[in-house]
Design a protein around this ligand. Sequence first.
Ligand code: MG
Ligand code: MG
Length: 253
Amino acid sequence: MVHIRTQREIDLITASCQIVADTLELISEDIKPGATLIDIDLKAENYIRSQGARPAFKGYMGFPATLCVSVNDEVVHGIPNNRILEDGQIVGIDCGAEKEGYYGDHARTFAVGNISDDKRKLMEITQESLKKGIAAAIPDNYVSDIGHAIQSYVEGFGYSVVRELVGHGIGANLHEDPQIPNYGKPKQGYMLREGMCIAIEPMINQGVKEIKTDSDGWTVRTVDGADSAHFEHTVAITNDGPIILSQRSHNNG
Ligand code: MG
Ligand code: MG
């Protein structure tokens, strides 16, 4: 079932999104060589709880942490543990929070120290593909128009789109209908309407699109060992255009 949210609900989703956006901004200063992943995770959890919210991922399907932390060839769902960040890595950080029954979901990929031109380009193109997808999130477009915009953009650079993992509706649950694939032909699936809230989250691989899951049951990585990047925003669809709820200080303007 696809939900159409009231303004009050969108305000609550926005509040949770802002906590997540502030969390990622807060920990961004710790993304540097020598940092320990579990320390970053604890800082994020403490901040979320200080805002009267709850880490949405912790305990979700048994996931053990506040953040998903995915380094280099890890696509998503990496577990923050005692690993230490190294110069030249890229690290995807995905975070969710719930407050007063409504959810926010947001992810960014960060550079650790000095990264190669190849890694920087992958990050930039993935971030740009998210913007293309968001631009397609308008009433009377279809769900697949979002993925089509993302896929056609990134494949033009020789990158590939992960198929098995997708974006999603969001609101009173972390994951709701509809699924939002990052690929597809135009004009398929649900028609987008004002009041829908969705998380758009391209996962873009430098090499082949195929992925595998580690024996920990969570960490998803590319089968060819090539790098992968991930950016995500929670977006409200309105007749005045998409509103990025997880953009920082959304309410301060
Ligand atoms: Mg996420
Ligand atoms: Mg998500």
